[in-house]
Design a protein. Structure first.
Length: 284
């Protein structure tokens, strides 16, 4: 048990003492991360421990996802608020080095169309080939400004050389274009539908049309089926009434046919005379 604890402690000590070999890291930003801005700014500044590569990629987007950044450029270095430590491997030994100077990427902001959380994204490559990527968010509560005349939101993508060096696809970079795609919410099942990106439980337009057609066909069947049922029921009631016996239980009277060649009306007319003749014969 003691040996196990000793080995575990040695492993943890080794892992914690392993230095991070990341270079060209982000050391400072203006505005600061998670800060609040109350006046329109000319640009967003991102300070790195070394000058950003020419193929670096930067964007600034509004709360609704609209890009408001212009082409980035370099500016004068500035002392970092806090030094950044980066470890370098020298002759097989990790040597720590503190960086006190920040090299900025200046990202001009064209205008401030809305209040809320803005996002500055960056993608660059350090001098030793390290991939540096991330984002900085801050809240803008200043006055809103109008877009410059003839302004069009940028749609540029990360440089192909940058993507090749980072080993990522175009989708890994900050989103280009005027708006960003909606993010799937909790409980959303991803689907291969380009319009939605997920299955929210709502039927697709094709499925809705098919359902409506089926409903219409069911309605059409009911339109002619109900009268047919009523006609059959009425016929059944008529037949049943015709076969119903008389109230006294006697079967209905059957008409006795008369002599051939004479109509029933003539037979009824002759009936009293026959009766009279019979009585006269008896009196004689």
């Amino acid at each position: 048990m003691f040996l196990t604890a000793l080995l575990s402690g040695a492993v943890l000590t080794t892992l914690s003492s392993s230095p991070a070999a990341a270079h060209g890291q982000l050391g400072m930003t203006n505005p600061a991360k998670d800060s609040t801005v109350r006046d329109p700014l000319e640009a967003v500044f991102l300070y790195f421990t070394e000058p950003p590569a020419p193929t670096s990629y930067f964007t600034v987007t509004t709360p609704s996802g609209v890009r408001v950044d212009r082409q980035w450029l370099t500016d004068e270095p500035k002392r970092l608020d806090e030094p950044v430590r980066e470890d370098h491997l020298i002759d097989g030994v990790w040597e720590p080095k503190l960086y006190h100077t920040g090299y900025p990427a200046k990202i001009p902001v064209a205008y401030w169309p809305e209040q809320g959380v803005y996002t500055a994204k960056y993608m660059t490559i350090a001098s030793d080939g390290e991939h540096v990527q991330g984002q900085v968010r801050f809240t803008y509560k200043g006055r809103m400004t109008a877009a410059p005349k003839g302004w069009q939101a940028p749609t540029n993508q990360p440089d192909a050389a940058l993507l090749a060096a980072t080993g990522t696809g175009a989708a890994a970079g900050p989103q280009a274009g005027g708006t960003t795609s909606p993010t799937p919410t909790a409980g959303c099942t991803p689907q291969g539908v380009p319009e939605t990106g997920c299955d929210t439980g709502a039927p697709s337009p094709a499925a809705a049309a098919q359902t409506a057609a089926e409903d219409d066909s069911d309605t059409g069947v009911l339109v002619w089926l109900i009268p047919a049922v009523l006609v059959v029921a009425a016929g059944f009631m008529v037949v049943r009434a015709a076969r119903r016996p008389s109230p006294d239980g006697a079967p209905p009277a059957r008409r006795v046919p008369g002599p051939p060649g004479r109509s029933p009306l003539a037979q009824r007319a002759d009936a009293p005379r026959s009766a009279g003749r019979g009585k006269a014969a008896k009196r004689r």
